[in-house]
Design a binder for this molecule. Structure first.
Ligand SMILES: Nc1ncnc2c1ncn2[C@@H]1O[C@H](COP(=O)(O)OP(=O)(O)O)[C@@H](O)[C@H]1O
Ligand SMILES: [Mg+2]
Length: 181
C-alpha cells in the first residue's frame, strides 16, 4: 500500500497545480491489501482530482496510509467487521460539502460540475471498487472547511512460502468477506 501511494506521488505532482501543497504520510511495515493495483490507483487518483477541484484557490491535499486495528466503535459509519485494516485517507481543506451533497456523493451521476465536464461517476466507481474488495469508503465534510475521504481495506497477510509480494496473499479469503453488489 505505502509503496503504491509513494509511486503515485510523481503522477499527482503532474496533475495538481502548485497552489496546492501535497502532504503524504505512509506507514511502514505490514501493509498488504488484496485489491487490483490499477483499480486502487484509479480510486486514489479520483479522490485527489476531486480534492483539486474543491481547492481552486489553493490549499493542502493530504494523503495518508496507515495500518489500523478497529473495534466496533472505531468503525463509525463503515459497514465492516472489527479487525485489521489498511486505512487510506485523502483530505483537502477546500470548499467542503453541505449535508445534502455529502449524502449523495457516492450516487452515480451526482455531480455539481455540470458546466465543467463532471460525470458524477468518479465516486460511484470508487465505491464499487472498494466494496468489491471487502472494504468501505466514507466521507466527512463541512461546508467551508474541506473534506476527508477514508477508505478501509482488510489487511492481508503475507504467506511465508511465497516470494512475490503480488502473489502472496490469500485473496479468496478476503473476497469471501465482501458484500459489494
Ligand atoms: N473533495 C471534495 N470536496 C467537495 N465536494 C466534493 C469532493 N469530492 C466530491 N465532491 C462532490 O461530489 C460530486 C461527485 O464527485 P464525483 O463522483 O467524483 O463526480 P465529478 O467529480 O465528476 O463531479 C462532485 O461533483 C462534488 O460536488
Ligand atoms: Mg470526480
Amino acid at each position: 500500500m505505502s509503496e503504491l501511494a509513494m509511486a503515485m506521488r510523481p503522477m499527482l505532482e503532474r496533475v495538481i497545480p502548485e497552489s496546492i501543497l501535497i502532504e503524504t504520510a505512509y506507514c511502514g511495515g505490514d501493509d498488504l491489501v488484496c485489491i487490483d493495483r490499477s483499480q486502487l490507483e484509479n480510486v486514489i487518483m479520483n479522490l485527489c482530482m476531486n480534492a483539486r477541484d474543491a481547492m481552486s484557490a489553493g490549499g493542502v491535499l493530504a494523503v495518508g496510509v496507515y495500518r489500523v486495528t478497529l473495534d466496533a466503535g472505531e468503525l463509525g459509519s463503515a459497514d465492516l467487521q472489527p479487525g485489521e485494516y489498511l486505512q487510506i485517507s485523502v483530505s483537502d481543506n477546500g470548499v467542503g460539502m453541505d449535508e445534502e451533497a455529502r449524502a449523495r456523493v457516492f450516487e452515480p451521476f451526482f455531480t455539481t460540475k455540470e458546466g465543467t465536464g463532471g460525470t458524477g461517476l468518479g465516486l460511484a466507481t470508487a465505491y464499487g471498487i472498494v466494496r468489491q474488495s471487502g472494504g468501505d469508503i466514507t466521507v466527512s465534510s463541512e461546508p467551508g472547511s474541506g473534506s476527508t475521504f477514508r477508505i478501509l481495506l482488510p489487511a492481508a497477510e503475507r504467506t511465508t512460502e511465497d516470494v512475490s509480494p503480488s502473489l502472496s496473499v490469500d485473496c479468496a479469503e478476503i473476497r469471501s468477506r465482501g458484500t459489494g453488489t
